[in-house]
Design a binder for this molecule. Structure first.
Ligand code: DON
Length: 554
């Protein structure tokens, strides 16, 4: 009898301590209810997280045209439960074959033309999103591409209702939207921002999605749709060629893995700078006991880590298929130790004095996270860059093109729309991918798995850094996304912060340490996260209270 009791107790103890291998629920967290619903519908039809990711990406292309779309690109970070494979699907846009390093510089004055890299057909890189959806579906999905695209096609035909967010972004991009006839007739009403509740249906976009659903890669990158895209771009002064579309290829990249204080952070690889910048910042922070610090010292230290990590971004990072980026050295703990040598806990280091170390070796955008019941996961950040991208729609396609060319360094030291500077590593070259900050991320600990990401241009990476530090404290997903935010990106040399993020006392202490502070007026970011507690199988999801998010768990 005694043996039986001991045996039963052992079995009970083992059951309690063995992590649950499967989540007890599935979850989709993203910015629009119709897109979340599209993802859940696909999961309920027997699709896996990868099929759901196709459905959500395509639905977002329809209902949030200002943020992402068929005319843009993105990164999908995947974890496949059956074999633990982790991979980043790189569907980033590439520069057209006729692109040149100085294509946005005035030939006489050498001044950067910051309008041409942001507005109109010349601003658009070759889209990667349609190819990525085909790849995701064919290589990782259970359902057909046509099944996963069905909700988006229906949404494009039936239309969606204009909300306040749409109106704000359309107002911001009104002149450029009004100057492309197709964009004007789809997204505006009589040349003006549509009234609240106006229905936007997109028949041409539905036809383009149907072409993709029917013919896969060729349905977008070859044939009739490709012809319309190329001739529309060329007639509007752009430089796309049919070969540019036919030659576009998705890349599978090994994600960046960071060991930080017992956590594993898995994030985006080049051509996103996210994983490397996070790794430098976290490797600097790991050298300190953050929990033992007063708040002012802690915020100061995090800012100094951001400053150094973004400096390395500006100096070294670009598309590693074209330039040699010293990734191993940059992500090594010893590099961060050297970067921390001139870090003074009492005083800010002016960015102009930060020369960086030699590492040579030999507004809008969107994020969503999906977890299925088998434990497959996707964190994806997608973009057409600026709100409503380039504002240009090639006639008859319904495809709003990106203005991602502005993410290249169009002239060394000249800031892009997010104030980011860069050098030769991120200079324009034909077929090269422009450096990104989009950073879909997983946070793994012994007992939990987190999926997260956010839009926000250059601030994406610092938002994730703050969320990771919050996760380290054992906080829930709802507080990762709600956390007040501050940011430093090396240049401009200021700490940008949300109006309420820093108390008056904290501001005074940071100013005394030599920081320049700038309240950025309104809140920023739109983070969507899922947390799976492996000890009890519980799944929670949270969307940023600043946004209009919709996290569904069922
Ligand atoms: O790839 C990038 O880093 C940018 N094109 C992302 C733009 C963005 O997040 C705009 N969001 N507010």
């Amino acid at each position: 009898m005694r043996w039986l009791i001991i045996l039963l107790s052992l079995v009970f103890l083992m059951a309690c301590s063995t992590p649950q291998l499967r989540p007890q629920a599935q979850a989709v967290a993203n910015t629009h209810p119709a897109a979340s619903q599209a993802g859940l519908d696909i999961l309920n039809q027997g699709g896996n997280a990868f099929d759901a990711a196709v459905a959500v990406s395509a639905a977002l292309a329809v209902v949030e045209p200002f943020g992402s779309g068929l005319g843009g690109g993105g990164f999908w970070l995947l974890h496949r439960a059956s074999d633990g494979r982790q991979v980043m699907i790189d569907g980033r846009e590439v520069a057209p074959g006729a692109a040149q390093r100085d294509m946005y510089l005035d030939p006489v004055t050498g001044q950067a033309n910051k309008v041409a890299s942001v507005n109109g057909a010349l601003a658009a890189g070759i889209p990667g999103l349609p190819a990525a959806l085909v790849h995701l579906s064919e290589q990782y999905g259970e359902l057909s591409l046509a099944d996963s695209l069905r909700p988006a096609i229906r949404l494009a035909k039936n239309g969606f209702l204009v909300n306040e967010h749409y109106r704000r972004l359309a107002r911001f991009r009104l002149p450029v939207l009004a100057s492309s006839e197709p964009a004007r007739s789809i997204f505006l009403r009589e040349g003006l921002v549509p009234e609240l509740g106006t229905r936007i249906s997109q028949q041409d976009l539905a036809t383009s999605l149907e072409s993709l659903a029917r013919d896969g890669f060729s349905g977008f990158y070859r044939g009739e749709l490709a012809d319309k895209l190329v001739s529309g771009v060329q007639q509007a002064g752009g430089i796309w060629d049919k070969q540019d579309l036919a030659n576009y290829r998705v890349k599978e990249r090994e994600p960046v893995v960071i060991d930080y204080n017992g956590m594993r952070v898995i994030s985006a690889a080049l051509p996103s700078s996210g994983g490397l910048v996070l790794s430098i910042a976290l490797n600097i922070l790991e050298q300190y006991d953050l929990a033992a610090m007063d708040e002012a010292t802690r915020v100061h230290l995090v800012v100094e880590a951001m400053r150094r990590a973004y400096q390395a971004r500006a100096q070294y990072m670009g598309d590693a298929d074209f330039v040699s980026v010293p990734t191993e050295k940059l992500s090594h703990k010893s590099y961060a130790r050297a970067l921390a040598e001139n870090l003074n806990l009492k005083a800010a280091m002016p960015s102009q004095q930060l020369t960086g170390l030699n590492a040579s070796e030999g507004h809008d955008t969107t994020h969503f996270s999906v977890l299925d019941k088998a434990g497959n996961r996707v964190a994806a950040t997608l973009s057409i860059n600026y709100p409503f991208g380039s504002g240009f729609v090639p006639p008859g396609t319904g495809v709003l093109l990106n203005d991602e060319m502005d993410d290249f360094s169009i002239k060394p030291g000249t800031p892009n729309v997010y104030g980011l500077v860069g050098g030769l590593a991120n200079a324009i070259q034909p077929n090269k991918r422009m450096l990104s900050s989009m950073s879909p991320t997983f946070i793994e600990t012994d007992g939990s798995v987190g999926l997260l990401g956010t839009p926000g241009g250059s601030r994406i990476i610092s938002m994730l850094l703050l969320a990771i530090l919050e996760a380290e404290k054992g906080a829930q997903a709802s507080s990762w996304v709600a956390l007040p935010r501050y940011h430093h990106q090396y240049l401009p040399d200021v700490v940008q912060h949300e109006p309420e993020a820093l108390s008056d006392e904290l501001k005074a202490e940071l100013t005394a340490k030599g920081h320049k502070l700038e309240s950025v007026g309104r809140t920023y970011g739109n983070m969507h996260a899922i947390l799976w507690d492996k000890k009890n199988g519980r799944v929670t999801a949270a969307s940023d209270p600043r946004g209009r998010g919709m996290a569904l768990v069922e």
